[in-house]
Design a protein around this ligand. Structure first.
Ligand SMILES: Nc1ncnc2c1ncn2[C@@H]1O[C@H](COP(=O)(O)OP(=O)(O)O)[C@@H](O)[C@H]1O
Ligand SMILES: O=P(O)(O)OC[C@H]1O[C@](O)(COP(=O)(O)O)[C@@H](O)[C@@H]1O
Ligand SMILES: [Mg+2]
Length: 440
């Protein structure tokens, strides 16, 4: 059970410097739309969850609010900042970089900002990567493009060498834009910073197209990626309805979490089946997926199947689950397996079929952020700058139940966010598709 200590945010020291934004904060009070800096946000949001704690309200676990502080830890005129993007792409990476630079320069007067190239390897001399000087002029229009102007990478790097680079460049604040792996890497960097007695703040902006980081509403870029995925699902539906025995099969990203598959299915009423990593399914037998699909194709003449790439791995016998350079599991190709098995099953049943396979994986994560995500990225960037300038460290900024909060990195990587098979999201998917609760 999450306790108060799990939610305590580390700081580098007392904030003694008046913030350049102090004059904007004077009249603020806690309302539905803002939280004053010495207030806290309850972690539990139901009577039962709070009640089971059996403690007075002021002892209930609570989160530190995001937002500007009256006084800050770093002297803006003497602060140097580094920014790095790590792991897989996600729409909005450039929007976050842009937001960080503009907030630092325009509102805190911090002008010494460098970008490290290609993820954590950008710190390592062996790779010979130059740093990128960042300014409002450099970043003004980078949000028009997907990807990250800094580049990204996977693969473990030595935190000692990363901190060496921070020391050489006299960096005071490092922003890490990345997922669970990047956050774990950032924690190693924080460990070394502490061992060396340095005062360097490390603040994370969580990034995951899979939405697999817990305790946050949604990752930036998720809405854009989900929107892109609906285009492929609709194309699959058009193809399926235009041919006898048409079956549209769409494989979407989602290594361990099927959120993209779920939300993109709910957005358009095209899919008949959704298969996700969190819900095992039987392929064969009278109540298996293939027989159910055959009956659906015979009854309606077409069907659309949406499968998250991490679903059905139990059916991929010949697959040796290797790992990528960061240690993430390399998945067997459930899309190709289903394409083959669906065709074989319908052929064996003498059901005319035309299976059309779509794999838009990289297409949905390499696009620019949509306006909603662009605005979300800007606000996350603002929160990250406020947190770092106030000396917070080993923390990610996130929006949780509409409030911007500071979540300790250890908590952010303590578990993975999954679609709950007993939760309301999966219930909505079952209601929307009409598929059975389980194929067994
Ligand atoms: N368990 C870990 N401990 C320390 N560093 C890690 C760990 N996992 C990943 N990293 C670092 O974080 C970077 C990005 O991690 P990765 O899993 O590829 O993407 P993401 O951060 O999006 O999950 C890697 O290049 C690696 O340097
Ligand atoms: O980018 P790669 O190395 O091909 O890995 C693809 C994987 O990256 C992801 O987009 C997630 O990226 P992260 O590991 O950076 O969170 C998965 O959805 C997908 O399985
Ligand atoms: Mg990850």
């Amino acid at each position: 059970m999450i306790g108060h200590e799990d939610l305590t945010v580390r700081t580098l020291g007392p904030c003694r410097i008046d913030s350049p934004l102090a004059d904007r904060l004077a009249a603020r009070e806690t309302t539905q739309h803002s939280v004053v800096e010495d207030d806290r946000i309850l972690f539990d949001d139901t009577i039962s969850m709070a009640g089971v704690r059996g403690v007075p309200v002021e002892q209930l676990p609570s989160l530190e609010p995001g937002g500007p502080r009256q006084r800050i830890y770093f002297d803006p005129a003497k602060t140097r900042v580094g920014i790095v993007t790590c792991g897989g792409l996600c729409p909005g990476l450039n929007d976050v970089i842009r937001g960080l630079v503009l907030e630092l320069c325009r509102h805190y007067g911090v002008r010494r900002i460098v970008g490290f190239r290609n993820g954590y390897r950008g710190f390592i001399p062996h790779y010979g990567e130059d740093v990128v000087d960042l300014s409002p002029e450099v970043v003004q229009h980078i949000d028009d493009e997907g990807g990250t102007i800094l580049g990204t990478s996977r693969g473990m790097q030595d935190p000692e060498e990363i901190v060496d680079a921070l020391e050489r460049l006299a960096i005071n604040i490092l922003f890490v834009i990345g997922g669970d792996g990047s956050i774990r890497g950032a924690m190693e960097v924080v460990r070394v910073i502490g061992e060396r007695g340095l005062k360097i703040a490390v603040v994370g902006v969580p990034k995951t197209i899979d939405n697999d980081i817990p305790y946050i509403d949604q990752s930036f870029g998720f809405q854009t990626a989900m929107s892109e995925a609906t285009k492929s699902i609709h194309a699959a539906s058009v193809e399926a309805r235009s041919a006898p025995g048409g079956v549209g099969l769409v494989k979407l990203m989602g290594r361990h979490s099927g959120f993209i598959a779920c939300y993109s299915t709910l957005a358009k009423d095209d899919a008949d089946y959704v298969l996700i990593p969190e819900v095992p399914f039987a392929l064969h037998g009278e109540r298996g997926f293939l027989e159910h699909l055959r009956r659906r194709v015979e009854d309606r003449g077409h069907a659309v199947v949406v499968v998250a790439e991490g679903a059905g791995q139990e059916h991929i016998e010949e697959h040796e689950p290797g790992r990528d350079a960061s240690g993430n599991v390399r998945l067997g190709d459930i899309g190709r397996l289903l394409r083959r098995l669906i065709t074989e099953h319908l052929d064996d049943a003498k059901v005319e079929n035309n299976v059309r396979y779509f794999d838009p994986s990289y297409a949905i994560r390499s696009v620019p952020a949509n306006p909603y995500d662009s605005a979300y990225c800007l606000r996350l960037a603002h929160a990250a700058v406020h947190a770092a300038m106030a000396g917070r460290t080993e923390v990610i900024v996130a929006r949780r139940r509409r409030r911007f909060v500071h979540i300790p990195m250890a908590l952010a990587v303590s578990r993975r966010n999954h679609v709950d098979p007993l939760g309301d999201l999966w219930m909505s998917v079952l209601e929307a598709t009409g598929q059975p609760v389980r194929f067994e």
